[in-house]
Design a protein around this ligand. Structure first.
Ligand SMILES: [Zn+2]
Length: 367
């Protein structure tokens, strides 16, 4: 008898965790939803490149058809760095094809730190100016920062290292936002044992586990992020993945209260928000002018609909945007946000930070 089969004589044997695939028997309302209630800016997307693991290989016209069908007016492509060649390729492929539909962000070449030593910040700030001149509309900071980025002596660079002040000041001068992702889900930093709430996911992706010797604890990195945002009030920061700490909305909320330059996107944290739906709803309502829509997944109509269902409806216990891939996403409960709040989250907040027209286009949606 195979493991897990129920024999005629009694209960099943032991079942391996990755074979457990329960089907919900819950009978609850399902809201029919074909598109968002208002146009959307996806403020967290990856169209591929050096870090993104390959291009979005669809012809751009095909991608635009998907965005039209999903109600997405503008896609922020965070993969425009590092290197002018990478940025230029993204600008040429996407931005030039449809200037209103894409915004490309640049990046920082941490590998050049040994060449510039303690003047690295000034050099990186200069590169940022050049990137914006070419057409970059923001700066993306990736999660190796604070974790594995080292200086010319091989020492870890703290997120609030003053040698980088010129970079943040330059972003403020240029009037561009900095989307910053530091750390990862808290469980990635905890021991990989039976108490780890992301065990299934980390078992499938052991390379994401960051509890190795020599790496800083989660709390150290987040304290540094708080210090960075507070020390640079003129710089607009967008903390990716709900301020990098979706598990602790009180912490994120306190930072949003304290620092008006701080914003967050909701990318790939629907399950974290959905398992605390009352707190999450209060969080979005309180910070409605600082929460941005972002998906962090390849553009796809069914995927976007899951996001819309989560934000707009009060549907309960439905699959997340990654379907039933092991450990990828716990079932969702919708937040049922009001229409005026959705307009801010979907469009107005990102439009303001990106310097786009502040209101959604008036024409009737095509979806
Ligand atoms: Zn991302």
């Amino acid at each position: 008898m195979a493991v897990g089969d129920v024999g005629p004589a009694g209960p099943p044997g032991r079942l391996a965790l990755d074979e457990f695939a329960p089907r919900s028997e819950l009978v609850v309302p399902v809201t029919p939803l074909t598109g968002p209630c208002t146009p959307v800016i996806d403020a967290h997307s990856h169209l591929g490149g050096e870090f993104g693991g390959g291009w979005d290989r669809r012809p751009v016209a095909e991608l635009l058809d998907v965005l039209d069908a999903a109600g997405v007016r503008c896609l922020v492509d965070l993969d425009g760095g590092w290197g002018e060649g990478v940025l230029d390729a993204h600008l040429a492929r996407f931005k030039e094809a449809a200037p209103e539909r894409f915004a490309c962000f640049g990046g920082i070449d941490w590998g050049a730190w040994p060449d510039h030593g303690d003047r690295f910040g000034e050099w990186a700030a200069g590169r940022l100016v050049a990137q914006v001149r070419r057409g970059a509309q923001g700066l993306k900071v990736w999660k190796p920062f604070g974790l594995r980025v080292v200086d010319q002596r091989g020492a870890r660079v703290a997120v609030d290292d003053p040698r980088l002040d010129a970079v943040w000041a330059t972003a403020a001068d240029l009037g561009i936002p900095v989307t910053i992702h530091v750390a990862d889900p808290v469980a990635f930093f905890r021991p990989l044992d039976r108490h780890n709430e992301r065990y299934e996911l980390l078992r499938a992706h052991p390379e994401w586990h960051v509890a190795a010797a020599g790496l800083p604890p989660f709390e150290t990195i987040l304290n540094e992020l708080e210090s960075l945002v507070a020390r640079h009030p003129a710089t607009v920061f967008i903390g990716a993945h709900v301020g990098c700490y979706a598990e602790n909305l009180a912490w994120v909320s306190a930072l949003l209260d304290r620092c008006s330059n701080f914003h967050v996107d909701i990318a790939m944290r629907l399950d974290e928000l959905a398992r605390q739906p009352y707190t999450a709803r209060r969080f979005v309502l309180r910070h409605r002018d600082r929460v941005l829509f972002g998906a962090d997944l390849p553009a796809d109509v069914p995927m976007y609909r899951v996001y819309y269902r989560f934000l707009e409806t009060e549907d309960e216990h439905f699959p997340g945007p990654c379907g039933d891939a092991p450990g990828r996403c716990w079932p969702l409960t919708g937040l049922g946000l009001p229409g005026d709040v959705l307009q801010d989250v979907y469009f107005a907040n990102a439009a303001r930070l990106l310097g786009l027209a502040a209101t959604a286009p008036a024409e009737a949606p095509s979806w």
